[in-house]
Write a protein that binds this ligand. Structure first.
Ligand code: ISE
Length: 333
């Protein structure tokens, strides 16, 4: 079977990372094209990977030598480019979030359903992280009993300048919204948010403390602090009736040296989730040949945005906000 020819739109941090993962050893796929608003940046990646450079997103999407597309360009472009890929009948992996608003996410769902075949996967890579997968398997196995709490911590060393308090919820906590639904196999029905004062080192945005309630009665709490200073740190503990299961820090080794005993903390999320990104990529490529996977669908992307919007409203009003309980269309069963 010939390799699937992948085109990547957006060659910034995530697009370049995906390109390197793809070229480093994903079976049955090759990086065939790249495109970026900065031609220079696209060309640099093309030189490194041997991919062809496209002048604009549409020419990459419609090219007969591109079988499937990854959208890694800035968030506001996700919605139009997902629609363009659906219109061309090409499978598309859209980096999270699926869209910038609920209305846009609904558009993508409507277009995909009209097309009649599932084409969209959203890049919520934690679904492929071995740690989260082990937590899910343990919960499903039943030995711990029913879940009661999911405690989550999401810390970045230092957020980029453009990251506002709202984006901390949509861009960063969005991962927890999706992984909570996936892990617990449950829907989020309500959200409350409180914020401590801003760190004096990052006065332009506040850390957030989010409490979500699930339909079956599980409480999920999430600390999101993108300016913790020391490194990238994602934690999770699932508390059940008969025990708990926690994520371990990802490094395989502990270093004792010069008065220090512990783990190195990575500067950002790529080393922490390297394995998740690799497994996600292989699973997506395999799905192009018809093998289903547990990746997030456009419906999951839409639900994550619904939780985001409830959190934004909860944060503004200081009240508990119900998340609408939309019925999942059979198309996304
Ligand atoms: C970023 O966009 C990501 O996707 C990372 O996984 C997350 O940890 C970070 O906070 C986001 O800004």
């Amino acid at each position: 079977m010939p390799n699937k020819r992948i085109g990547i739109i957006g060659t910034g941090i995530m697009g370049s990372d995906h390109a390197r993962i793809l070229t480093a050893g994903i079976a049955d796929a090759e990086l065939a094209g790249v495109q970026d608003a900065s031609r220079e940046r696209a060309e640099a990646l093309a030189t490194e990977t041997g991919a062809r450079v496209f002048a604009d997103p549409q020419s990459l999407i419609s090219d007969p030598d591109i079988d499937a597309v990854m959208v890694c360009s800035p968030d506001p472009t996700h919605h139009p480019l997902a629609l363009a890929a659906i219109a061309a009948g090409k499978p598309v992996m859209v980096e999270k979030p699926l869209a910038s608003t609920l209305a846009e996410a609904k558009d993508v769902i409507a277009a995909e359903m009209k097309h009649g075949r599932r084409l969209v996967q959203v890049g919520f890579m934690r679904r492929f992280d071995p740690g989260y997968c082990a937590m899910k398997a343990e919960l499903t196995g039943g030995r711990l009993g029913q879940a009661l709490f999911l405690h989550c911590i999401h810390r970045n060393a230092i957020g980029p300048d453009y990251l506002t308090s709202d984006l901390v919820i949509s861009s960063s906590a969005g991962h927890e919204f999706d992984i909570a639904r996936f892990l617990l196999d449950d829907e989020i029905v309500a959200a409350s948010v409180i914020s401590p004062r801003a760190s004096r080192l990052a006065p332009n945005r506040q850390p957030q403390f989010i409490v979500l309630e699930s339909a079956s009665g599980i409480v999920v709490d999430i600390e999101v602090f993108v300016d913790c200073g020391y490194g990238y740190d994602v934690r999770g503990e699932l508390v059940c009736e008969k025990g708990t299961i926690s994520l371990n820090p990802s490094p395989a080794t502990t270093l004792r040296h010069a008065g220090h005993d512990g783990y190195q903390t990575p500067p950002d999320w790529r080393p922490r989730f390297a394995e998740a990104y690799r497994i996600q990529m292989q699973a997506w490529v395999d799905a192009l040949s018809g093998r289903p996977n547990d990746g997030a669908s456009a419906w999951d992307g839409y639900r994550a945005i619904q939780v985001t919007e409830a959190c934004l409203k909860a944060s503004r009003t200081g009240t508990r906000i119900a998340v609408p309980d939309d019925v999942r269309p059979g198309f996304y069963a």
